[in-house]
Design a protein around this ligand. Sequence first.
Ligand code: FO1
Length: 311
Amino acid sequence: VITVVCGGVGAARLLAGLVQVVDPAEIVAIGNTGDDLVLHGLSISPDLDTITYTLAGEVNPETGWGRRGESWSAMAALEQLGGPSWFRLGDRDLGTHLFRTGRLAAGGSLTEVTAEIATAFGLGLTLLPMSDDPVRTRLELVSGEDVSFQEYFVRLQHDVAVRTVRFDGADAAHPAPGVLEALEDAARIVIAPSNPVVSIGPVLAVPGIRAILRRRRADVTAISPIVGGAALKGPADRLLRELGAESSAAGVAAWLADVAATLIIDEVDRDLASEITRLGVAARVTETVMRTPALAAALAAFALDGTVATA
Ligand code: FO1
């Protein structure tokens, strides 16, 4: 089994590469649910849906979230009523949220519902939420305002300085069924190129998960989402800086040093390899920008063929 700790878009792209080089039946993806929200009474799990839609070839290729070929009639009708439409929910995407909300209201667990949705979309791999309990990423801004992840990421377009990040509910959360086993039994564990602070962070905050990764650090390979000092997508670079880390592949290595013995960095960051090695993390260099499915497959294969790090 290959177990992948996942956030959103970057993780989905890596998984789309991984399923080309490993039997999907051998892959377990543990998805971040810290981005989740209840909006209009609907339970929405953005990172789980991004992974599902991407692997099903259904994701909106321009945005990396939501479904391709969307219509927006429901949002338009909501706007006519003066309802909040800042968080864009397409008509087809709404079907997913209606299904998830109905199944949860009927007593289904997020794990069960996630598996039903993944099966309906024909996913071969196992997609698990990190927990069935609510864990909500919240950010205290330098302005003093306290906002949810989606208010920060979408409504404020993450164009505001952050003072602290926390994961409400994490301490009381239990890993979803199968999560600890998937981490214990994995031949290799991969931390996807997702935002280490707000996408990987919530997963590591679920009690029990970080301890396993620390113990199995030598079998854990992370992939840097920061390339040339910048995030390919989203606020990872500025968040690292605002939280006192370096906004670079070396900053990512330091951030994940206790759970990953190896960090894959991009060719453009080759000169950071020695600094990363000094952190006790083995740096491996390759093309990490997944511009094409073939590059995603090559990155996935590279991540798996690495020797077990001794550092
Ligand atoms: N991201 C945006 O920037 N704007 C949106 O309106 C938006 C809506 C949305 C709806 C469903 C969904 O699953 C994801 C959505 N996202 C949107 C992305 C979302 O903010 C994710 O949490 C990020 O991609 C970070 O993982």
